[in-house]
Design a protein around this ligand. Structure first.
Ligand code: MOS
Length: 729
């Protein structure tokens, strides 16, 4: 169905099941180990052999020769796949580099061979016996060194890389208060818990993959392109996923090589990336250099705002779109944004949780803190003065579908006790700790996409929902069950949700924080279709039938749902589509982060003492799982502020700290207290669910709130993330 807003009758508005905090229905299966992950499908592939990937030891160049003879002769080895015997391979539309390299080598740890053996240990051992003779070429690995060679990239996901409104240079030149600063963010690793992993099996010419992937339909398409197969001959399943953060948006080497290995060995093969392979073999969030210029009057009202963002990627890659939010977040008549892309021979850059905004706000929200200080305006008040209710580049003709940023700022500040902050840095002490408070705005795009589902109602009143939507740890199972329960008037326990199978109707998938709103809207559409069939079977008019308490009711009559479904049951399938609603309305989610830190005056060690935030993201479908999304994302924000950094070896072009011991992410002891408030909002222009995305909003701005708190605590302004103690001292 087409989204026709606002719907006149919308059962979701009853809010009996949707909008109520529910435990995750997949929780018990997850914690008891009975939810099988891709590498654990012993049930379907009990005779699977094991594959081990051999990655490139150089970043750029080619293979002069590759000798697998010793590996093939090693105990238990069944096959060695290389570019020489893999047959012709294509490349997925979303992969920048080939997933099996050779003879050309595009980046360090690019997969060059797969060794398949009876056991994992035999495969790993024999992998060391594959002899590769390289012809090494010089590469470019350091963004700062290549910045001046960066060019305007072609229009990509976010549209034109540049934008200009009014006369930015003129207005900035004349502004009473000017901020002109450059900020840097390093390469980041997704560091999800479950590594990339696949079990692959062939039956005749048909391929079945149990894999860990966020976007099932994309996975089928990309595998078809890579293996030069027909999509209908590929079956992908990904019902349980141990985190993605964007690293599993499209297929990686594990999936392609498991398929090739299974074909070569003549039996199912499993491939998982070892943790140290992940940062260099897969994708990462690219480093950025960002210059921000803001011109304002003495009250902090912005007249000119400019944001330029430099990043690098392999040839044919994409920029990190760090300036995009600056087109929409604050007012000001004179504006410019620009993205520039340098060619680097590092591993492939790509999306990581809130690509664009996550690092864009790390920079912009420090710049706003610097502006607040320069104007002697409170940072919260500064944001309120520059709020705008429409797209400031397009003008008042393109309002936001909903925007409660000011409410987030006010309610968040109250709840956090912001009024107690001393605006002068370095004034508050607690023993050896210098204590400070900082805040930052959260902003993340709200994308919605076409999403489909199938709903079955059986003769016992049970409901089954099937869609290829994934649950990457986010709570999709639960909110989809809640949606079907609300729409069909049954208890949550009556709904069984089946996800992550390419045989199910195509969904929007899990990416870009569009999954929750889009996929439940697709389930809504399928339920509307099911209600029509059920009402008709009951002899009712679908328009005035209500579904509640397991009954269908109309005009004083009511019959049980299971009776209407009949012994044969009812099955309905539909999808929700949106047309070009985003042309009429700007859509985004908003929030305000607050943070208190202590900085050790002797060592420069920073400890987060507490965090709080208020967020407006439309209807919150499940406040419990939504809160978990936000606190997880805030935690990632702390990581980006204080510790996360892939270190580039400028000689050899690889990430040196490629494991969880040296790529540091926050642990429990780093995150003492987090408070999340959802500001009430229904967005009837976003979807029939009146919801928006929430999965990525929490990371956006969180790190800048930490950085601003560090400045308030000790008076050291750091513009180069992460804020490690050597930079503070
Ligand atoms: Mo997201 S970075 O689109 O999974």
């Amino acid at each position: 169905m087409k989204f026709d807003q606002p719907a006149t009758i919308n059962p979701i508005d009853r809010g009996k099941v949707v909008g109520i905090p529910h435990d995750r229905i997949d929780g018990p299966a997850k914690v008891t180990g009975s939810a099988p992950y891709a590498y654990e499908r012993h049930d379907v592939a009990p005779n699977a052999a094991y594959g081990w990937i051999v990655g490139s030891a150089i970043a750029k160049g080619s293979i002069k020769s590759i000798d697998s003879r010793d590996a093939l002769a090693a105990p238990g080895v069944l096959a060695v796949v290389t570019h020489e015997n893999a047959g012709p391979l294509g490349k997925g539309s979303m992969n920048t580099a080939y997933l099996l390299g050779g003879p050309k080598i595009e980046h360090y740890d690019q997969a060059l061979a797969l060794v398949v053996a009876q056991t994992l240990e035999q495969a790993r051992d024999a992998a060391k016996l594959v002899r590769i003779d390289y012809a090494q070429e010089a590469g470019k690995f350091v963004l700062a060194a290549e910045k001046d060679t960066a060019v305007k990239p072609p229009a990509g996901f976010g549209g034109d890389p540049d934008s200009a409104v009014g006369d930015f240079a003129g207005a900035f030149g004349k502004a009473a208060v000017k901020i002109d600063r450059t900020y840097t963010t390093p390469d980041h690793s997704h560091a999800m818990m479950e590594p990339h992993a696949t079990t692959a099996a062939w039956l005749g010419g048909r391929l079945t993959l149990w894999t860990s992937n966020q976007m099932i339909a994309w996975a089928v398409k990309e595998m078809a392109l890579t293996l030069k197969m027909k999509r209908e001959d590929i079956h992908v399943m990904s019902p349980y996923i141990g985190g993605g953060f964007g690293s599993k948006l499209f297929v990686r080497a594990d999936a392609v090589l498991a398929a090739l290995g299974a074909r070569a060995a003549g039996r199912p093969v499993k491939v998982a990336l070892a943790r140290p392979q992940i940062p260099n073999n897969t994708t990462h969030r690219p480093a950025t250099i960002q210059r921000i210029r803001i011109g304002a009057d003495r009250n902090g009202v912005i007249d000119a705002i400019g944001h330029e963002c430099w990043s690098g990627d392999l040839p044919g890659g994409s920029p990190e779109t760090g300036a995009m939010q600056t087109r929409l977040l604050y007012g000001g008549k004179n504006r410019m944004t620009a993205h520039r892309l340098a060619t680097l021979d590092l591993p492939e850059g790509n999306a990581m949780r809130a690509p664009g905004e996550a690092v864009g706000l790390l920079a912009l929200e420090i710049a706003m803190d610097e502006l607040a200080e320069a104007c002697s305006v409170d940072p919260v008040e500064l944001r309120i003065r520059n709020d705008v209710q429409y797209d400031p580049e397009a003008g008042p003709g393109r309002p936001f579908s909903s925007r409660k940023l000011v409410e987030c700022l006010r309610q968040g500040a109250d709840r956090f006790g912001w009024a107690k902050r001393n605006p002068r840095p370095g004034q508050v002490r607690d023993g050896r700790w210098l204590v400070g408070m900082g805040m930052a705005v959260a902003f993340r795009n709200n994308l919605v996409g076409k999403s489909g589902a199938r709903v079955k109602v059986d003769g016992k009143g049970g409901v089954i929902v099937e869609t290829d939507m994934t649950d990457i740890g986010t709570g999709s199972y639960t909110i989809i069950a809640q949606t079907a329960a609300e729409m069909l008037g049954v208890p949550l326990e009556a709904v069984q949700v089946r996800l992550g199978d390419s045989k199910f109707p195509e969904s929007a998938g899990s990416g870009g924080q569009w999954g929750a709103n889009s996929s439940t809207a697709g389930v809504y559409a399928a339920c509307v279709a099911a209600r029509g069939i059920l009402a008709q079977k009951a002899g009712f008019n679908a328009e005035d039938a209500t579904f509640e308490d397991g009954m269908i009711k109309s005009g004083g009559r009511s019959i049980p749902l299971k009776q209407a479904a009949g012994r044969e049951g009812v099955s309905a399938e539909d999808s929700m589509e949106y047309g070009d609603l985003d042309k009429a309305y700007a859509q985004a989610t908003f929030g305000a982060h607050f943070c208190e830190v202590g900085v050790d005056m002797h060592t420069g060690e920073t400890r987060v003492r507490r965090m709080g935030g208020a967020f407006a993201a439309g209807r919150i479908l499940n406040p419990k799982s939504a809160r978990s999304q936000v606190i997880g994302a805030m935690t990632m924000g702390v990581g980006s502020a204080l510790m996360e950094e892939l270190i580039v070896d400028p000689r050899f072009g690889y990430f040196v700290n490629h494991d969880m011991a040296e790529y540091q992410v926050p642990v429990h002891a780093d995150i003492p207290d987090q408070d999340v408030l959802f500001v009430e909002e229904l967005d009837d222009k976003s979807s029939p669910m009146k919801a928006k995305g929430i999965g990525e909003l929490g990371i956006c701005g969180a790190g800048a709130a930490v950085a601003n708190a560090v400045y308030n605590a000790c008076g050291v302004r750091i513009r180069d993330y992460p804020l490690t103690l050597d930079k503070i001292l």
